[in-house]
Design a protein around this ligand. Sequence first.
Ligand SMILES: [Fe+2]
Ligand SMILES: [Fe+2]
Length: 140
Amino acid sequence: MSNSRKKLLAELNKDLEWEYAAAIQYVQHAATITGAKFDSIQKELLIHAQEEMQHAAMLSEQIDFLGGTPTVDVEKREISDNSVEMLQQDLAGEDNAITRYRERISQAETLKEYGLRRVLEDILIQEEEHKRDIANVLAN
Ligand SMILES: [Fe+2]
Ligand SMILES: [Fe+2]
């Protein structure tokens, strides 16, 4: 396997760790966020959690398809007892995801892995939606 392919697989596995972390973090935040103005985002955070798990499944399938072994490790989760701070943590997570997937799409493109690129683009679109959902609440 070429070095650039190995590097791509290593980064995809790191993306996968971040997806698991995001799913766990969203479940915890949805359960503990308080305040009437956060009622609708609370439901949205649970939807995000499910979508992050779908991303994890999509990445795992792609990693296996490319000849790697999908990780079961989990990246760092952030918690807070302050609702606004929780949403800031979630926003930072989405920014991180968007940055990482932009890089990954470019790597997939270079390696002519167009199927992978398509999957990553679908994930990126959802991360941008997640970011918008949270940014809208924080702006109010
Ligand atoms: Fe995700
Ligand atoms: Fe997300």
